[in-house]
Ligand binder design. Sequence first.
Ligand code: SF4
Length: 359
Amino acid sequence: MSDLYRFLPEELDTVVTGGGHPRYRADQVLHGLYQGSAVDLQSLAGIPATLRALFFEQGHSVGSAGEVRRVVSDDGETTKLLLRMGDGTLIETVLMQYPDEDGGKHPRSTVCVSTQAGCAMGCVFCATGQMGFERNLRAEEVVAQVVHISRALREREQHVTNVVFMGMGEPLANYPETLRAVKLLTHPRAFGLGQRSVTISTVGVLRSIERLAEEKLQVGLAISLHAPNDDLRRRLVPTASPTSVGDLVAAAKRYAKTTGRRVTFEYALLDGLNDSPALARELAALLVGSGTHVNLIPVNATSGGFRPPPRGRVLAFEAILREGGVNCTVRVEKGAEIAAACGQLRTDEGRGLISADSL
Ligand code: SF4
């Protein structure tokens, strides 16, 4: 039994033509899945009953993500969803919108997807890391998150402009499903997003970074560094031990050389832990000349008790990097009041802090 959202268009062609139907019927199905509002085989509009019966006989279905909870930030720019997968697994998906110059009618709309339920990487400041690993998500479950938000946006005459694989889980520890999801989201006959509008974020699974580079895709890569030396990084990302910060810089350079895409290092700034001027200088020395970009992210307060540094220290850290010749930006904090950092909504649900009254 397969969810039709799992099929790449060429695979769907084979199913459809193999059942004696012309290939254009596959395009009709794809249109119903990605541009229509199909939630099951019955609501797949415009296809003949015989094709629907074929799918039924072969055990295919149309999957969808059920919305358990929706929380919107005060400024309306961040929406966090708690979604239920077919087997009851709860995962989080976030929509971040950045106003355009057109009065916000067509904002940049970035969907942050989860690739695993829970996560085995154990980053100390991350609510998902603290809940442990549950299971890998399948490609169609990643796609379902984007389709769900895309339909909500369509009602406002807006659309998904970017997808970042930065939600719950380590995408490169679920490599085959992550890659299939990228292909489905960027295939012109499926979701149709440009490859350059997709970014995969990893704590640094070296072998998978190499594999991804060899796929010859144009997707962006972000590596979560969080520290300029191995001792501190091991404290913040306990599973990182076998991979040194030097290994990560080397992997970033190779990825950029193979794909032509600049790599971003994500650096979560934690008050009093990794935000000192000395560490900023060490980070500048590590990265100068690497051609990479640093994204400084003042961390959202989490259940672990971590806090973002005061604004002045964030700006000082940024200035030292710039003076040291490293390209960097500070990410605008979004949605802190709705716990936009990954894993927090689900953690709160588990503790009964969020009621299920919106089910
Ligand atoms: S920050 Fe990302 S990689 Fe680290 S524990 Fe959380 S979900 Fe996993």
